[in-house]
Design a protein around this ligand. Sequence first.
Ligand code: SF4
Length: 213
Amino acid sequence: MIKVNEIFYSIQGESTYAGLPCVFVRLTYCNLRCTYCDTEYAFYEGKDFTIPEIISEVKKYNCKLVEITGGEPLFQMEECLDLMKQLCDQDFEVLLETSGSLSIKEVDKRVKVIMDLKCPSSGMLKKTLYENINYLKPEDELKFVIGNREDYDWSVEIMKKYNLEKKCTILFSVVFGKLEPVQLVNWILEDKLNIRFQLQMHKFIWHPETRGV
Ligand code: SF4
């Protein structure tokens, strides 16, 4: 059984898949407590599903793009790995949104991983598992959620230290409501960074606190 917080159909708000219709499977639980978390309701709320039940729910939307998210989906490691494998076996294109604090080593190679590297203002800096960088594939994406200048400087330093530009797509976005997008864009342009800026599109389409979108 897997504890599932919600399954819904919406527009992908982030990553290079932004703008595409997508089914989201939000799993319950998280091992982190980021200062800016917008899905605290996923820490404990949820209902038990079997994998076939989840897949049958996903199929109702007739959409081949599926994101497994949370909370932290890898918190239910074995079940989550199995769910993603079975979705891939059934020809779904699977995205995994993860915080970078739990190992992605065993994630099926057909899954596209979108992984955070938590910045200082998240309060979770020490939770990052840096060995995960070794398991990233060129088609995966690494996300920095930036809340202030310190976060930005830290992100640039980490990018250089681990040569991340050569590994996969790098995404920079703002902590919603904490840092003005224009400020981050100006810093990126001043430094001529070879990264992709993004906004959480769903927070502009719907009210920022709307659930299930
Ligand atoms: S990892 Fe995600 S779900 Fe967990 S506390 Fe941080 S922002 Fe919230």
